[in-house]
Write a protein that binds this ligand. Structure first.
Ligand code: SF4
Length: 255
């Protein structure tokens, strides 16, 4: 466990594999084990119970979440060491990727919500592309052209101020739907796209709902305001948004 690698560079995460296939990018990702410190928005959004940490390989192998916990402990208790190691791995991935004729992309918050700008990481590697999902509206605008974020929805009352703030912008909003993703329908007045196809498409989309399918056998049996039920979706764009001339403020950094 002591020589644990921080980044997953092998494309073994199925969403990462789908996202990079057929593109000019190779994506490396970092999976930690979430808690209320590295996921500061989780309490308000009530997403910890239904988090991806309990789906996929972690449902089958105990060692997956043990390795994630080891990395989270290292981040929290030995941050300088963690960041040094992370930077070395990022550098090595960029070199290897460029040699193969690809561009390097990184998703460091695969199962966390750390403000990596505050930790100084994306700024140090301006030639790489960065993206993340977040439950903290204030961190949506990274101020960097090469670091894009997607806001993550929840229906809890205490989270609605953040949802309303996100809706005033054109930043994409990721929403977890029960059952099939209602592609082409509307939620929160925005058109729903298939958000399970590609993180890169999601990150570069404007004013869309990136629909995600509820994953994990345990999670599918649960209810919660983090999950949107089929009856909450509209067939068409609400009339007041169509004809009011309302325009969304696009305050993200232009691509
Ligand atoms: S913020 Fe994301 S990673 Fe953290 S607990 Fe919620 S769903 Fe999981």
């Amino acid at each position: 466990m002591k020589s644990v690698k921080l980044l997953n560079t092998g494309g073994t995460n199925s969403k990462i594999a789908k996202s990079q296939n057929g593109t000019e990018f190779k994506i490396a990702s970092l999976s930690l084990y979430p808690n209320n410190i590295i996921c500061a928005g989780a309490k308000a959004a009530d997403c910890m119970r239904l988090c991806l940490k309990d789906s996929g390989f972690s449902e089958m192998f105990k060692s997956v979440n043990e390795a994630r916990k080891f990395k989270t402990d290292m981040f929290m208790n030995e941050k300088p060491k963690f960041l040094e190691k992370l930077k070395r791995e990022i550098e090595a991935f960029i070199v290897k990727t460029e040699k193969q004729g690809f561009k390097a992309a990184f998703r460091l918050n695969t199962i966390s919500d750390i403000d990596w700008i505050k930790e100084g990481i994306p700024q140090e590697f301006p030639n790489a592309f960065w993206y993340d999902y977040t439950k903290r509206v204030k961190t949506l605008n990274t101020g960097l052209k090469n670091y894009k974020k997607i806001f993550s929805y929840s229906g809890t009352p205490q989270y609605q101020k953040q949802v309303q703030e996100a809706l005033k912008t054109g930043f994409p909003i990721a929403v977890v739907f029960r059952g099939a993703i209602p592609i082409g329908k509307y939620f929160l007045g925005r058109e729903i796209i298939d958000g399970d196809k590609s993180d890169l498409v999601n990150a570069n989309s404007f004013n869309k709902i990136c629909g995600l399918k509820l994953k994990g056998n345990k999670n599918k049996k649960q209810k919660g305001l983090f999950i949107v039920e089929p009856c909450q979706v509209s067939e068409c764009r609400p009339f007041d948004l169509m004809d009011s001339g309302k325009s969304f403020v696009f305050d993200r950094v232009a691509a």
